[in-house]
Design a protein around this ligand. Structure first.
Ligand code: GTP
Ligand code: MG
Length: 289
């Protein structure tokens, strides 16, 4: 399902499914959200990162509190929520192709600039809990940037895309991130830095670019990925990782919120060294199960 949101046709997507459940009949887009999860969108384990040097965390499994909450169906509103993910980056770096490869398994070699924004909905099941991602594809062209930036707000994750064969597009990622963070809470949003068009670089060229990209990812505290929408390399792995980490963060936030409401609860706090990015950025306690 795709919605073109250009100059004339602009529409905010529903931020929450929950409150609308009472109104019947549901709009077509929400009916789709309620459709069964595709078998190939079921996540029973935590997908691993691409490079340990620039990963949001390197744990092998989901946070124990998250696993436990899912087993006991204590995930609050998470199953009804739609998490927003925005995709930003220079024009023609391959943002639309990346989303289309994952959501529709298609690839168009002709460039058609995104005008304003567009979005796709993807439904997952993570540890038995339904989880929906709304992937916002934004325009990289300067003249559409101010329309697109009005849709940055309220994101749980930001994907910053650059072309692995164009060093300038990597340099511009910092500005894209700064613009996206103006509209979001830097302490809670998850960041992903994605190098695109991997099929166009030789192994030697790729390694050279990867070195710079890892440095940028570490500075941004973003998780680094390299993909090709043409061949499909790493595309599915990448989006599964985005879904899993966004789910994990959403459940943890929900548990923290419900825990904070219970007066008299004892919460043990410890700092987790292998979760440097999150602990450094979030400055939030990680609670033991
Ligand atoms: N070889 C190769 N070409 C790609 C890949 N991804 C995208 N392209 C090509 O790059 C061009 C731009 O791709 P888009 O996905 O439209 O770029 P975009 O970032 O959405 O551009 P804007 O909407 O203007 O911001 C198209 O001609 C694509 O076919 C890839 O993985 N490999
Ligand atoms: Mg596009």
């Amino acid at each position: 399902m795709s919605h073109v949101l250009g100059l004339e046709l602009r529409r905010e997507a529903p931020p929450l499914l929950g409150p609308r459940l009472s109104s019947f009949p549901l709009p077509a887009c929400e009916m789709n959200i309620l459709a069964p999860v595709r078998r190939d969108r079921v996540l029973a384990e935590l997908p691993q990162c691409l490079r340990k040097e620039a990963a949001l965390h390197v744990h092998k499994d989901f946070h124990p509190r998250v696993t436990c909450a899912c087993q006991e169906h204590r995930t609050g509103t998470v199953g009804f929520k739609i998490s927003k993910v925005i995709v930003v980056g220079d024009l023609s770096v391959g943002k639309t192709c990346l989303i289309n490869r994952f959501c529709k398994d298609t690839f168009d070699k002709n460039y058609k600039a995104t005008i304003g924004v567009d979005f796709e909905m993807e439904r997952f099941e993570v540890l038995g809990i339904p989880f929906s991602l709304q992937l916002w594809d934004t325009a990289g062209q300067e003249r559409f940037k101010c329309i697109a930036s009005t849709y940055y707000r309220g994101a749980q994750a930001i994907i910053i895309v650059f072309n692995l064969n164009d060093v300038a597009s990597l340099e511009h990622t910092k500005q894209w991130l700064a613009d996206a963070l103006k509209e979001n809470d830097p302490s809670s949003v998850l960041l992903f830095l994605v190098g695109s068009k991997k099929d166009l670089s030789t192994p030697a060229q790729y390694l050279l670019m990867e070195k710079d990209a890892l440095k940028v990812a570490q500075e941004m505290k973003a998780e680094y990925w390299a993909v090709s929408s043409l061949t499909g390399e790493n595309v599915r792995e990448f989006f599964f990782r985005v879904a899993a980490l966004t789910f994990e963060a959403t459940v943890l936030a929900e548990l923290e919120k419900s825990g904070a409401r219970r007066i008299g609860d004892v919460v043990r706090i410890h700092s987790d060294d292998s979760n440097l990015y999150l602990s450094a950025r979030k400055k939030k306690p990680t609670c033991c199960p």
